[in-house]
Write a protein that binds this ligand. Structure first.
Ligand code: DGL
Length: 245
């Protein structure tokens, strides 16, 4: 059983890749909607919430846990790995290295939550993999607006935030929050020639490697259990987002 969690439904973009690589496994998805967004919280608060979700997933029988949230990954991964030594944690991080590997001369724009933008992890990643020009932009509230499907407000926020980079010749955009691929077409409208990068495929590859190494017996068919801390009726929206291209 593989646990997958996010502050909400954004982790579906990671789950989708996990299913592509492991189509016959049993996933337990936990959406912590009642505490969404994580991006506005302190590191300590995010650790506390991630710990609670982790205990829930362990109680369900998960031995591998995918943190399908950049914000929780950068804030809580060290704490969780230290505390739960028998559990394999797979983390999501902004795909800065993928851009660097593709083009060291890139004009790269990293979009993420406030917490991720200010994290040590991102700082270290940028020091190691900065390209010709690297810009960081906190997209505070974008994840919550995506959760609530507030299309007009999403458009306004993107206009306000992204117009500042319209003269920067941006050619590579890192979607450093698992919610953002859900509005990739809208982001693309602002940077027609830019390539978009997210961390989901890398996470899925790593999860598959660990799954095989740990020799955890296969399930023979796809199963998904969905839990939401606010309202399990959100399952309908979860499946809608999971099936979106
Ligand atoms: N989906 C989460 C991430 O990848 C964050 C959303 C939030 O702010 O809760 O960072």
């Amino acid at each position: 059983m593989i646990g997958v969690f996010d502050s909400g439904l954004g982790g579906v973009t990671v789950l989708k890749e996990l299913i592509k690589k492991m189509p016959n496994e049993h996933f337990v998805y936990y959406s912590d909607s009642i505490n969404n967004p994580y991006g506005d919280k302190t590191k300590e608060e995010v650790i506390k919430l991630s710990d609670k979700v982790t205990r829930f997933l362990i109680d369900k029988g998960c031995k591998i846990i995918v943190i399908a949230c950049n914000t929780a990954s950068c804030s809580a991964r060290e704490y969780l790995r230290k505390k739960y030594k028998d559990i394999k944690f797979i983390v999501t991080e902004p795909a800065v290295k993928r851009v660097y590997d593709d083009n060291k001369n890139a004009n790269m724009l990293v979009l993420a939550t406030e917490r991720t933008i200010n994290s040590e992890n991102l700082k270290e990643l940028i020091e190691k993999y900065h390209t010709k020009n690297t810009y960081l932009c906190s997209m505070q509230h974008l994840a919550d607006l995506i959760e609530e499907e507030k299309d007009d407000e999403i458009d306004n926020l993107l206009d306000e935030k992204l117009s500042k980079y319209s003269d920067k010749n941006i050619d590579s955009i890192v979607l450093g929050c698992t919610h953002y691929p859900l509005v990739k077409d809208k982001i693309k409208l602002h940077f027609k020639n830019a390539k978009l990068y997210d961390g989901a495929e890398g996470v899925a590859k790593q999860a598959k490697r660990i799954f095989e190494k740990e020799k955890i017996g296969s399930n023979n068919k796809l199963e998904i259990d969905f839990y939401d801390s606010k309202d399990n009726k959100r399952e309908k929206l979860f499946y809608k987002l999971l099936s979106r291209r």
